[in-house]
Design a binder for this molecule. Structure first.
Ligand code: M6R
Length: 609
């Protein structure tokens, strides 16, 4: 969950590491640090706090460096402090680490018994301690690293530089994401692609068990098990993302920009398939009859992606009549999932690096399932390990709260459901065309909602003192109630719960008291009347009812406030109902003074279990 960045080259300003860290800060932000070699030896600056706190203690002007490392931390072992901040350096060896060294206690005790003294409480510090120990015994840096790695249990992406070998950067991957950037001014490593976009669009995605040795004059990737060199040219991928895509583009926050990018995210995701549903099924290795061989689908995801999976279940079951199970990834592999020849597995993940989702995907594959992934990041672990990938084209999502990735995931799942439905015959061509024309009209509908941003901001101002909110939805909009509540919790730290409206009488109704804000998604569909009854139940107990609806006339005077959305095909209503809830959470967070792009305790990619 930490972010790492590294550079080696003919000489560049330290700014290269700072820029990288700025773009990685969403991964962790409780402390930050850099270590670099500027011709005079190893310099290390690190501090508790955000990147701006690190910038305050750096030399002015920023020095030039030949090789260096940067790190932004999300604490796992050892509280956020300057001492626990990375890089950790011992005897001229500096290390940045993303992941967890599970056996660090055992290694630390052994090293302490041998006379090593430790400064930090982190798991990471054992690594430079061991490497510098082996250097003292006379090993070369590469040999010292190769002797250390097999002793480490757990997951890691590592960047290593050493005073004694001043123009070399080592990057090693086992279980945590790591990309290598090949630029004109040097070589780079980072936890993800956006960190390096200003410097290159040529990337190599490292595999587990590989080590990259980057020098001013060239680089090589070594498979550590076989000690063979991997040909870099075959593995180099050109990425179409631009640096501007990872900028705020005039918005105050990435989250706001990303909410506004949803019309494009939807269209870019469905565009390539809309005229050719058979090709979509082909590309996923699903037979053109939509299901042959596929008797059921198991979808697994975390957080917001899990909510998209719930929407996908409604769509696929409704249009293709194929049964769908949806699991939270961290639960899936501990419940002994039943996989038979007819089971198709699908993970949904924006980053493609979520540890629990990857573990579930591996579990399913180990049990013999074919694994698809719906993923936003080309070259990510999930996309490389799955048998087939359905890409969302949301562009880089930087805000910790997922917004445009969610609508893009729903768009991909809608397309899949339509294609499967056409294949199985569960969906007629006429009905498919009706949904497709509504899908094509969605970007315009979303723009109408976005134009009401200011109105939603005003409404948000009335909710900032609330201690708790309830979100209710039914059918395909039940996952939207969950998503609305999740957005509010993570961005504004106000307690919120999402429930299926029909479940209210079975417990949550006890929470309703005078003026408790209850947000209800009430779309014009077969469940609208039942939802209206739920609204009456809330009103009767003094709750303050705020309704997201495409049919204000149906409400009469039942609602205290209405957030009107354009009408669309009932199966697509989640697209329009989620947007006001994203904006509401955003504005409540901003008005409360919360750091909406980097909410407390959260990190964008949860790469540890
Ligand atoms: O990258 P992924 O889609 O696998 O991430 C899954 C969750 O960690 C993510 O959706 C998280 O819940 C977001 N913070 C929600 O806004």
């Amino acid at each position: 969950m930490c972010g790492i960045v590294g550079y080696v080259g003919k000489a560049d300003s330290l700014q290269v590491l700072i820029d990288g860290l700025k773009r990685l800060e969403y991964r962790g932000y409780d402390s930050a640090g850099v270590a670099f070699l500027d011709g005079r030896g190893l310099e290390v600056y690190k501090t508790k706090g955000k990147l701006r706190d690190l910038q305050r203690i750096l030399p002015d002007p920023l020095p030039h460096l030949r090789a260096g490392l940067g790190h932004t931390r999300w604490a796992t072992h050892g509280a956020p402090s300057s001492t626990n901040a990375h890089p950790h350096h011992v005897g001229g060896v500096a290390v940045v680490h993303n992941g967890i060294i599970e056996n660090y206690h055992e290694l630390k005790s052994r090293l302490q018994a041998e006379g090593h003294s430790f400064l930090s409480e982190t798991d990471t510090e054992v690594i430079p301690q061991m490497i510098s120990g082996y250097l003292k015994e006379g090993l070369s840096l590469r040999a010292a690293i190769e002797k250390t790695l097999p002793l480490l249990r757990g997951s890691y992406a590592l960047g290593i530089v050493c005073e004694a070998v001043p123009e070399t950067l080592f990057a090693i991957r086992k279980g945590s994401p790591l990309v290598i950037g090949i630029g004109e001014r040097g070589y780079y490593c980072a936890s993800d692609v956006p960190a390096l976009l200003p410097y290159t669009n040529k990337f190599v995605f490292m595999e587990d068990g590989q080590m990259c040795v980057m020098m001013t004059e060239g680089m090589e990737i070594i498979d550590l098990a076989s000690k063979t060199t991997i040909p870099v040219r075959d593995k180099t991928v050109e990425i179409s993302w631009t640096p501007a895509m990872a900028e705020k583009g005039g918005h105050d926050h990435f989250m706001h920009k990303e909410i506004f990018e949803q019309p494009a995210a939807i269209m870019d995701t469905v565009g390539e398939w809309i005229d050719n549903p058979v090709r979509l099924l082909d590309s996923l290795g699903i037979c053109a009859d939509g299901t042959s061989g596929v008797k059921r689908l198991q979808i697994v995801a975390c957080g917001t992606s899990y909510h998209a999976a719930l929407v996908g279940k409604y769509m696929i079951e409704n249009l293709a009549r194929v049964p769908v199970e949806v699991d939270i990834a961290s639960e899936y592999r501990y419940r002994e999932p039943i996989i038979d020849g007819g089971t198709l597995f699908m993970s949904i993940t924006q980053s493609g690096e979520t540890a629990d989702t990857l573990a579930a995907q591996r579990e399913a594959k180990d049990r013999g399932a074919r694994a698809l992934t719906v993923c936003n990041v080309v070259g990510s672990t999930s996309s490389r390990e799955a048998d087939a990938v359905l890409y969302t084209h949301a562009g880089p999502e930087i805000g910790v709260a997922s917004t445009k990735a969610f609508t893009a995931q729903m768009a991909a799942l809608t397309m899949l459901a339509i294609c499967m439905g056409l294949g199985t015959g569960g969906l007629s061509r006429r009905d498919a065309d009706e949904i497709i024309s509504s899908l094509l009209a969605l970007p315009a509908c979303v723009k109408v909602i976005l134009a009401g941003d200011e109105k939603i901001r005003k409404l948000s101002g009335t909710l900032t003192d609330s201690r708790s909110l309830l979100y209710l939805g039914r059918g395909i909009n039940y996952p939207i109630a969950l998503e609305g509540a999740l957005k509010l919790k993570e961005i504004s730290y106000i307690h919120a719960e999402g429930y299926p409206a029909g479940e209210m009488k079975h417990g949550p109704i006890a929470l309703i008291e005078e003026n408790l804000p209850v947000i209800v998604v009430a779309s014009l569909n077969s469940l609208l009347e039942k939802t209206l009854s739920n609204i009456e139940e809330v009103k009767a107990r003094g709750g303050r009812v705020i309704v997201v609806t495409d049919s204000p006339v149906s409400l009469g005077n039942k609602a205290d406030e209405v957030m009107e959305v354009p009408h669309t095909h009932p199966l697509l209503s989640p697209f329009v109902s989620v947007i006001p809830l994203q904006l509401l959470a955003y504005h409540v967070g901003v008005i409360k003074g919360c750091d909406v792009d980097q909410p407390r305790n959260l990190a964008k990619s949860v790469t540890v279990e």
